[in-house]
Design a protein around this ligand. Structure first.
Ligand code: SF4
Length: 364
């Protein structure tokens, strides 16, 4: 897919001489750069704009799971917010008060904080990801944040880093010293969903080619079928993508695959209807879940998850498959067990890191 090149880069003065700012100046020659004291949250949406701000909160934080559903114990490294790929269902549209693509420019502080955290708990395994509030690779070809982050994680025996994307921007990653501690992850969808709901993202073929290249460069892989969308012909669509996935890469190189049913905060419905009037996704059979989000009826979720689980098990019965934001009852219907019976979901994912990556800080 074509590189994403913001045309106007507005930076806060406090970060205008930092690593990220320097990289952007070097790699986006044609862009207009502006330096201001403070970027307000309420600026109107401008698709050409990138804001680079000083982040004052905690960069490393627990994934915002809810007490109603099983939590995977993931840590989010908060590198920025929003995304310009324009998926119709994107939850970020309703998540932040500011709509523009934003990166946090105080990189040194973020990296020092991460380093200090990893060093102070050497026996704890940190599963860290940057792709929760933005796409991990969207602007990485220009910011080269991974050129700092990947070696930092590679130097610690108690961390793995997951970079999650719907792009194929991996050229600059192939020679990085990842030390076998970095998981390259892609979200995948059925072809009809990709075409209608994710038209700004890389094609499924581009994502799988990027995954194969990363695998050849020694990276481990992960895939996320989230959101799974109930649509006519979904079995054929998701079945086809799974076939293509296991043709493209060795299942043994995959650390985990997650499954999540389409769900959204009620406020998102009006936003999707206004921004993407052609999308039909908000009109499915949906109920409000314990966390207040709208989600498919239970039977639909179990059917979607069970189909995926069975098809994945045919390719690799030992591959770790997990459900995102589901309760114990759904787990039992789909897998015949609940992670709580086996030490919890976090322990299950730590086990996948140990099995597939040979990383277990408690034993090193
Ligand atoms: S790629 Fe992810 S973050 Fe970007 S618009 Fe799509 S769903 Fe949102």
């Amino acid at each position: 897919m074509k590189a994403i090149r913001p045309q106007l880069i507005r930076m806060e003065r406090a970060v205008a001489a930092g690593f990220l700012a320097e990289q952007l100046r070097e790699n986006l020659h044609e862009a207009i750069f502006e330096v201001v004291d403070k970027i307000p949250d309420g600026a109107p949406f401008d698709p050409r704009l990138l804001e680079v701000v000083e982040y004052r909160g905690r960069s490393l934080r627990q994934c915002p799971g809810t007490r109603h559903y099983l939590c995977c114990g993931y840590r989010i490294l908060h590198i920025g917010a929003q995304c310009t790929l324009g998926c119709t269902y994107c939850i970020l549209q309703a998540y932040f008060s500011q709509p523009n693509l934003r990166l946090f420019g105080n990189t040194e502080e973020m990296l020092q904080g991460l380093e200090a955290e990893l060093t102070s708990h050497p026996l704890e395994l940190y599963r860290i990801g940057t792709g929760e509030f933005t796409d991990s690779l969207l602007l990485d070809p220009h910011t080269r944040l991974t050129s700092r982050l990947v070696p930092l994680v590679a130097a610690h025996t108690n961390a793995v880093l997951e970079l999650k994307s719907k792009t194929d921007f991996v050229d600059h990653l192939l020679d990085l010293p990842h030390g076998g501690r970095v998981i390259m992850a892609w979200s995948l969808s059925a072809p009809a969903v990709r075409k209608r709901e994710e038209s700004g993202a890389a094609s499924i073929g581009e994502r799988l080619r990027a995954a194969r290249r990363c695998s050849r460069a020694g990276y481990k892989l992960a895939f996320h079928f989230d959101p799974l969308i109930d649509h006519p012909g979904w079995q054929e669509g998701y079945g086809e993508v799974l076939d293509r996935l296991f043709e493209a890469v060795d299942p043994g190189s995959i650390v985990w695959i997650s499954l999540g049913g389409f769900r959204f905060m009620p406020e998102l419905k009006a936003i999707i209807q206004a921004r993407h009037p052609e999308s039909r996704i908000v009109y499915g059979e949906l109920i409000r879940g314990l966390d207040g989000k709208m989600r498919y009826f239970r039977d639909i979720r179990v059917e979607l998850f069970s189909f995926m689980r069975e098809r994945i098990a045919k390719a690799d019965p030992n591959l770790c498959v997990y459900l995102c934001m589901e309760g114990e009852d759904i787990w039992r219907d789909v897998f015949g067990f609940s992670p709580e019976e086996r030490g919890g979901l976090a322990a299950m994912l730590d086990g996948a890191v140990s099995d597939r990556m040979g990383i277990d800080p408690a034993k090193s």
